[in-house]
Design a protein around this ligand. Structure first.
Ligand SMILES: Cc1cc2nc3c(=O)[nH]c(=O)nc-3n(C[C@H](O)[C@H](O)[C@H](O)COP(=O)(O)O)c2cc1C
Length: 258
C-alpha cells in the first residue's frame, strides 16, 4: 500500500507513478489511519517537504498508523531542493513503533512553497524532464526490495524551522486567507483541503456563501492553487492565474480523498 499526502498533486503524481510500476495500491494518509494495514507486505509513504520537515499532518497521522512490523517500508519524498529532517522525523516515529524504514529517496519537483509565492512554479516543470527516470529507478529499487537512503540532508535547517519561536514568527504570515471580494462560494477550496479545515458560511450582509479557513491549516496550499477564482491569497498578495500550479498529471477530482 502506498500512503500519500499532497497539496498540489506533485506527491500524488509520484505516488501514482510508483503504484503503476510496483502494482501497488494508493491510500491517503488520512484514510490509512482507519484502515487495517497489518496484512500488507510493503508500505510506501509519499509526502512532501515543508520547511525542511514533514507536513505537520503527516507527523500526526504517522503516529496514529498501525503498521505491520515485518513489512518492507519505504519513503519517497518530493521536494523543491532539500529535504532537511523530512525523512528523519517520520523515521523516528516509526522506529518507536518498532518499524524500520528500509529505503528512502528524494525526488525534485516544482517548488510551491509559500515563501516563494508569486514566483511561477510552472516555470520549474523542467525538473520533470531533468529527473525523468528517477521514479522508474526508485520503483525498480522497491521491486528489488533494496535497502538504501538517498535523500540528502540539511538537518540544521530542519531543526531551525521546527523551533516553536521560529514557527510562531513565520507561519502565521504565510497562512492562506480568503479574499471575500473574489470568493464566489463555489466550495472548491473546502473540497480540496485535506485537513477539512475550510467551511462555507453565509456572509451576514448579503447571505452569499463564502469560504472561511479554520485553525488547522498545514499550509499545503491546495486551496490557493485549485481555487478557480484566485480568491485564496498569501500575505495579502493577490493570487494571479500564473501563480497557480498543480501537477499536470493530476486533476482536482484525483485530489479529493473522499
Ligand atoms: C509550505 C511549504 C514549504 C516547503 N518547504 C520546502 C523545503 O523546505 N524544502 C524543499 O525542498 N521544498 C519545500 N517545499 C516545496 C515542496 O516540497 C514542493 O512544492 C512539493 O511539490 C509539495 O508537494 P505537494 O504539492 O504534493 O504537497 C515547500 C512547499 C510548501 C507548500
Amino acid at each position: 500500500m502506498i500512503l500519500w499526502f499532497s497539496g498540489t498533486g506533485n506527491c500524488l503524481s509520484v505516488a501514482q507513478q510508483l503504484a503503476d510500476k510496483t502494482g501497488d495500491r494508493l491510500m491517503s494518509f488520512y484514510d490509512a489511519v482507519n484502515a487495517d494495514l497489518t496484512q500488507e507486505n510493503v508500505i510506501g509513504m509519499v509526502y512532501p517537504t515543508y520547511y525542511f520537515n514533514p507536513p505537520k499532518a503527516v507527523l500526526t497521522l504517522a503516529k496514529q498508523l498501525t503498521l505491520p512490523k515485518d513489512a518492507y517500508v519505504y519513503i519517497v519524498i518530493p521536494c523543491g531542493a532539500q529535504t532537511g529532517n523530512a525523512v528523519w522525523a517520520v523515521r523516528q516515529i516509526l522506529k518507536k513503533k518498532g518499524i524500520n524504514v528500509a529505503y528512502c529517496h528524494k525526488v525534485r519537483v516544482p517548488d510551491c512553497s509559500a515563501i516563494g509565492f508569486g514566483r511561477n512554479p510552472n516555470s520549474q516543470v523542467w525538473k520533470f524532464e531533468r529527473f525523468r527516470g528517477r521514479v522508474e529507478k526508485i520503483a525498480a529499487d522497491i521491486n528489488a526490495r533494496r535497502r538504501a537512503s538517498h535523500y540528502g540532508n540539511w538537518g540544521l535547517a530542519g531543526w531551525l524551522c521546527a523551533l516553536p519561536a521560529v514557527e510562531k514568527r513565520t507561519l502565521p504570515a504565510l497562512q492562506p486567507a480568503v479574499n471575500d471580494g473574489k470568493c464566489t462560494g463555489c466550495g472548491t477550496c473546502a473540497r480540496v483541503c485535506p485537513q477539512e479545515n475550510i467551511s462555507m458560511l453565509h456572509a451576514a450582509k448579503d447571505g452569499q456563501q463564502t469560504a472561511v479557513i479554520g485553525d488547522s491549516c498545514v499550509q499545503c496550499l491546495a486551496c490557493v492553487h485549485f481555487c478557480p477564482h484566485q480568491a485564496v491569497e498569501i500575505a495579502r498578495k493577490a493570487t494571479l492565474r500564473q501563480h497557480q500550479y498543480h501537477n499536470p498529471a493530476v486533476r482536482l477530482k484525483d485530489m479529493l480523498r473522499r
